[in-house]
Design a protein around this ligand. Structure first.
Ligand code: AMP
Ligand code: ZN
Length: 107
């Protein structure tokens, strides 16, 4: 997607260090962290919001993989407790319309 900032990060148009990546998704530090650790887990597939997920195996798997990636990153970083957040829609504070999971921790 042309004007999507996360697609630009994925295409390396905006240089960003990945803290984790696999064939389905990447993870990088949030540019405006709201916790000691604030990482975004971003699928390579452009999907605007959680509302746009398809009821097919591919999207179901993708969301599961996002959660498991967050868990693995947290484990690697020895985080005890953490919050996993999807903001869904502008009124809920979503500003980037390419789905992403916030991993936030102060522990
Ligand atoms: P949301 O409000 O759920 O759409 O979250 C979007 C997040 O993306 C915000 O927390 C921003 O700080 C973050 N963000 C925006 N641009 C960048 C960027 N270039 N690199 C890293 N994080 C970004
Ligand atoms: Zn995108």
């Amino acid at each position: 997607m042309e004007d999507c900032i996360f697609c630009k990060i994925l295409n390396k148009e905006i240089p960003t260090e990945f803290v984790y990546e696999n064939e389905d998704l990447v993870a990088f530090n949030d540019i405006h962290p709201r916790a000691n650790t604030h990482i975004l887990i971003v699928p390579r597939k452009h999907i605007e919001t959680i509302k746009d997920l398809k009821e097919d195996e591919r999207d179901e798997l993708l969301v599961g993989k996002m959660v498991l990636a967050a868990r693995d990153i947290a484990k690697k970083k020895n985080l005890d407790g953490y919050n996993l957040v999807f903001n869904v829609g502008r009124s809920a504070g979503q500003i980037v319309f390419h789905i992403h999971l916030h991993l936030m921790s102060n522990g």
